[in-house]
Design a protein around this ligand. Structure first.
Ligand SMILES: [Zn+2]
Length: 511
């Protein structure tokens, strides 16, 4: 295999020596890994030499929390808090399994937009409604193998009846709806762990290690304790990630009181032994100081999904308190319905800005260095991949993004790292490499025929939309009780919000 030599680029290595400060470097890649990083490196026979003049090279970005399922719902909803939005984006009743063909197209579309915008690793918590089967999982894994991106891919599981995972609503819903929801089959812990063992055997380490399986109990309140503990133990066996949604909304903070007799959800997880250094909490907004101490003590990571948290009105993650406690943070877009884009660079900019308004002490504001760390090595650590990606260092897999710094976004070229976070939006990317293979060049994917994928996807979209409209109507039945739950948990005056269907708006009706 011939190598690649990038000459004379500005490089943000994110290693211990130079961190997020750009330095002039040559980079040699061979066999999919960085083999030499220095200055004036000689080309070896057969090397492809890339002129890095005027280029900025960074580690590939790690999207530490997303759901590829939501690609089909991008741009569809607005102005709904999580609990109401989930009714529609992840319909409780009436769902039919998505065919593996559509799953594959959906995943390719999602990966395409991700990778063109600099994401080289996806932590894809794949949540299929009404539940995932091994063929659907294989379609996701296969799509990532073919497009050339790196990914942790889950089996997501909710193994308690959905209405019993939320405070109050079971009492407020019509009996027949509660009966229908409780009658839906849920997996036992053993069934999920067996499924996961099969998934590990089939997909973990596929494509030369690029594709890995991940355990994903949906949330502490949505899963039985034996499943949460079993997933933590199985992850240790395979050195894989366990991905859990924790304390995303105020309603979930109330849930701890309701379900665990006053314990927080984090106390509960810690108490049963379901937190480790392979665990990543998605969101982690409504945490106490003691929760943060526990998270730090266990070496658990948290993925910060700034845009999704704003869009769903969930709240603001306590960025500085996590840093003070030494908790590892990654950045995630969350799904394409709660953020409407898989472009991690938008989350980077938002995370750099958002935490400046949370307190007046400017020494405690979020910094570009912290944001770049979370978008690269922090995300890699949360994905249990920091030994192989997340920084540009000899011996690591060669995942990188190359930006042209002669574009408008990088002019007048003051501090490159500031331009990267605040001024650039992905439009200056000229090359993306994963495992030393160029997967995006001058805005085009190199390993698949993207026009053919887009054409096939467009052809499926009318049928998909018809099904989404039908499911919206079925799940409207839950909306009044879910609105009331949201209002009660948020301390709002009692009223009933009604989803008016075709108009896609909410009407606030006092009761
Ligand atoms: Zn999520």
């Amino acid at each position: 295999m011939t190598g690649t030599l990038i000459r004379g680029a500005q490089v943000i290595t994110m290693d211990a020596a130079t961190g997020s400060t750009p330095v002039s470097r040559d980079i040699r890649i061979d066999g999919g890994v960085f083999t030499e990083i220095g200055t004036d490196l000689p080309a070896q026979v057969g090397d492809e030499v890339i002129d890095g003049t005027g280029m900025l090279v960074t580690p590939g970005f790690v999207n530490a929390h997303t759901h590829s399922w939501e690609y089909l719902y991008k741009g569809r909803y607005d102005n709904m808090p999580l609990e109401l939005w989930m009714l529609y984006a992840y319909p409780i009743l009436g769902g039919t399994p998505t065919s593996p063909d559509i799953v594959r197209l959906r995943t390719l579309m999602f990966a395409m937009e991700s990778m063109k915008n600099g994401v080289t690793t996806l932590v894809d918590d794949v949540l299929e409604t009404p539940g995932q089967d091994l063929d659907q999982l294989a379609a996701v894994a296969g799509a990532y193998e073919s497009i050339g991106i790196r990914a942790n891919v889950s089996g997501h599981v909710i193994n308690r009846p959905f209405v019993d995972t939320l405070p109050f609503v079971a009492d407020w819903l019509p009996d027949d709806l509660v009966r229908q929801v409780r009658a839906q089959p849920v997996l036992s812990a053993d069934e999920y762990l067996d499924y996961s063992r099969t998934a590990f055997e089939r997909h973990h380490g596929a494509a030369g290690g690029r594709v890995r399986y991940m355990l994903a109990p949906s949330g502490p309140q949505r899963c039985t304790d034996d499943l949460l503990v079993g997933a933590t133990e199985l992850a240790a066996e395979y050195d894989a990630e366990v991905h859990i949604h924790v304390l995303e909304t105020k309603t979930q903070a109330v849930t701890g009181d309701e379900l665990y007799g006053g314990q927080t959800l984090v106390e509960h997880l810690d108490g049963i032994g379901a937190m480790s250094e392979r665990t990543t909490f998605a969101h982690g907004i409504w945490v106490t100081d003691e929760d943060i101490e526990r998270i730090a003590r266990r070496g658990t990571s948290v993925s910060h999904n700034a845009i999704s948290n704003l869009k769903l009105g969930s709240g603001v993650l306590p960025w500085r308190r996590y840093h003070d406690a030494g908790v590892n943070l990654g950045l995630g877009t969350d799904g394409c319905s709660s953020s409407d884009t898989p472009r991690l660079m938008e989350v980077m900019k938002t995370a750099a800005l958002l935490h400046k308004v949370t307190e007046p002490d400017l020494t405690r504001w979020s910094t570009v260095d912290e944001v770049l760390r979370a978008a690269t090595i922090g995300g890699a650590r949360s994905a249990v991949l920091d030994g192989s990606v997340g920084s540009i260092e000899v011996g690591k897999r060669a995942d990188l993004v190359m930006f042209d710094t002669e574009t408008l976004a990088f002019l007048p070229t003051n501090r490159l790292e500031n331009h990267l976070v605040y001024s650039e939006n992905g439009s200056s990317i000229v090359r993306v490499m994963v495992d030393g293979v160029t997967t995006v060049l001058d805005g085009r994917l190199t390993l698949i025929d993207e026009d053919a994928v887009i054409a096939s996807f467009r052809a499926e979209m009318p049928g998909i939309r018809e099904e989404q409209d039908r499911l919206d109507r079925v799940n409207d039945a839950f909306a009044p009780a879910f609105s009331r739950m949201y209002e009660q948990a948020s301390g709002m005056p009692t009223a009933v919000n009604r989803w008016t269907g075709d108009e896609r708006t909410w009407v606030h009706q006092p009761v």
